[in-house]
Structure formats: C-alpha cells, structure tokens
Design a protein around this ligand. Sequence first.
Ligand code: ADP
Ligand code: MG
Length: 397
Amino acid sequence: MFTKKTIKDIDPRGRKILVRVDYNVPLKDGAVADDTRIQASIPTLNYLLDRGGILILCSHLGRPKGEVVPELSLRPVAEQLSNLLGRPVEFQPDCVGIEVQGAVSALSEGDVLLLENTRFYAEEKANDPDFAARLAAPAELFVNDAFGSAHRAHASTFGVAEILPAVAGFLMEKELEYLGDALEEPSHPFIAILGGAKISDKIGVVEHLLTMADRLLIGGGMANTFLAAKGYALGESLVEEDSIDTAKKILQESGDEILLPSDVVVGKAFAANTEHKVVPVDEVTEGWRAMDIGPATIQTFSEALDDAALIVWNGPMGVFEFPSFSEGTRALAQAVAECEGVSIVGGGDSAAAVRQAGLSDKISHVSTGGGASLEFLEGKMLPGVAVLLDKDAEIEP
Ligand code: ADP
Ligand code: MG
C-alpha cells in the first residue's frame, strides 16, 4: 500500500508547484532521441495543469559534474514536452536565481516553465541546504514524480522536500504501487529472474529476492559467477572472482530455489559479428566466452514461468545488444509476456530489451527507474520517497 500523500491530496489552483521530473533522456544531435520518460510525466502534468496549477519543472540530465555542459542542456526537452502537452513550455537557462524568480512571478494558471539541468551545480548532488532553499524559493508546493532518481538524496529530490510540503506524482505512485504491492505480499508461485553483467551490483537483490521468491532464474553475465562457484571452467567468460565465495554461500543456502543455465551461446570475442556456437555449460573451452543462455536453458526457464502468479525480472539474459546473443533475452521476454500472472520488469537495460522486442504492452509494469527499482528490489527505503508527506500527516499541503 502506498502510504504517502499524492497530487490528489492537494489543490493545485493558482499555486506555484515545483515538480521534480525525470527528464534524464538520451539526446542525439541536439534533439531528444527517446521521449519515453517525458511521456511518462504527462499524466501528472496534465492533472495539475487542468486544475490551474502553475508548474516549475526541474530535472537532472546526464553527469555534468557540477559544471555547465551545453550538450547536457534540457532546452531540447522543452520543445519535445511542448509538443506532447500541446501548450507552450517556457525554458529558463538556469535553475536558481533572480532570473528564475522573475520568470516564475510572470506565470499564470496553466503555465509551464522548465528549469535548466540541476546538476550544472555541484550543490545538487551534495544536497546543499542553501541550494535546496534557492531551488524551493519560487514555489509553494513540491511534487516528486522522478521515481528514477528517488534512490538519491539530492537537493532536487530530498532537500526541497524538507522545505516545501511534498507529495508524490502519479508516476511515482504507480511505480511504488506495483513494486510495493508485489513485494509486500507476493502472490505465489513467485518467480524472480536475474541477469545482467555484474553480480557484485546485485548481490543485495539476489539475497532479498531469495527471502520471498519460490524460484530464482539466473542468466546473463551473473550466471557465470554462479557456474564458476559450482566448479565449471568458463574460458574467457566474464566471471567476478571476488564474488565467487558469496555465490558459493548463496548456493549452499538456497541452491534448490536457484535455476542456472545448462547451456550457453559462446562467442570468440566480445563483438557483434564474432564466431559463435551453443555448448553445454561443462564444455566452455579456452578462447570462448558465454554471452547468452542456450536453447535448452530457454526451454527450462520458460517452463518455470508457466504457472507463475508473479514474475519480477531484472537484467538481460545475454549481451542482447548484439543480435547473435539476443535470443535468450528475447525469448524470455516473450515467455514473461505470455504469463497470466503479474509481471514486473525493472532495470534500464531490461526495460530497453522488452521495448526492443515490442512487448512492453504485454508486461504488467515496466519500471522507468533503473537504479531506483534495483534498490527497491533490495528492500531498501528510497530517500526521495521517505521524505514525502505521509498520507495521515495532518499538514494540509
Ligand atoms: P539492467 O540495466 O536491466 O539492470 P544490467 O545493467 O545489470 O541490467 O546489465 C545489462 C548488461 O549486461 C547489458 O549491457 C548486457 O550486454 C550485459 N550482459 C548480459 N549478459 C552478459 C554476458 N554473458 N557477458 C557479458 N555481459 C553481459
Ligand atoms: Mg544497466
């Protein structure tokens, strides 16, 4: 259950509302290359605008390291947002200061102003209180709809929420409802699927999911370390030596719940057009590296998903960016899409793989937040959520 106040608990009319959105979008040649995240913010913005809110939007974009980097300006986003909203969006080439104050005081009901990249200031990531106060200054209320940044306690996700009455937007609410409901009282059989490049990033996720899931299917680069822990030789495959002991311990404690690949697609080099073949996991020889799960594994994994009531998936099954090694991820996406239970996909690359396969609509929920959904799957509290007003707080936002 989502226990925070949302935009349904406020009266937006005539009020200046600072909205933290997640417009950390890919840019190409000065234009937005993929507007999924902008689209995801539209329901919240329209709700507030239809009710006479005055919107001041802020976001980070990329990693400018506290300096002005013109290539990481949010200006191209203003244009794309204006197209999607069907109304003008004013852009301010700064996110704090006297000019912003002036621009905001000239706004009226239904107007939208987009501020420049908050990470042009080092104070953003440092959650500097003075900077947070300057960011909050022109506004009366704060709405956080940036689920993808909720795992960071930065000025625009945390600091401002300590100053202004703060509530969640629809995207934030939807993300947390899906993930929260799924993990609070999971339906069974609950099957978790984990993949991706590195196990060290995701040990916490493995351990937390194992406390709840009936089965854990492990593929991708992550599986290599588990296979190595079982004593298989894996040639040139990506294996994290430092994590082998942890993998051994996990297998000892929960080995029955974990399914590992029985065959893999190996390649000669980490490249798109390299020579490749399918081999059982005990036949990965020197000079070859495991880069996808094989057909027998696809079969076993898909069957394990057959009667699932809940599936949570994070991390591709192989190097899906290269067509020769994308079949495992594509086939699993298909199997997840066919599942009649609730299916949730989290993680930036996993979400991209599902979109690439054209299956987003057949998954119950594809999370927009990579790092945030992972930390949530680890059972961690997200600071950007914790700081919002509780549903039963007496403050009238
Ligand atoms: P997500 O963003 O969904 O959390 P990750 O970032 O953890 O996923 O992992 C995605 C990356 O893992 C992809 O770039 C993919 O190429 C890589 N990967 C998957 N399997 C392998 C493998 N067997 N060897 C090397 N890299 C792999
Ligand atoms: Mg990733």
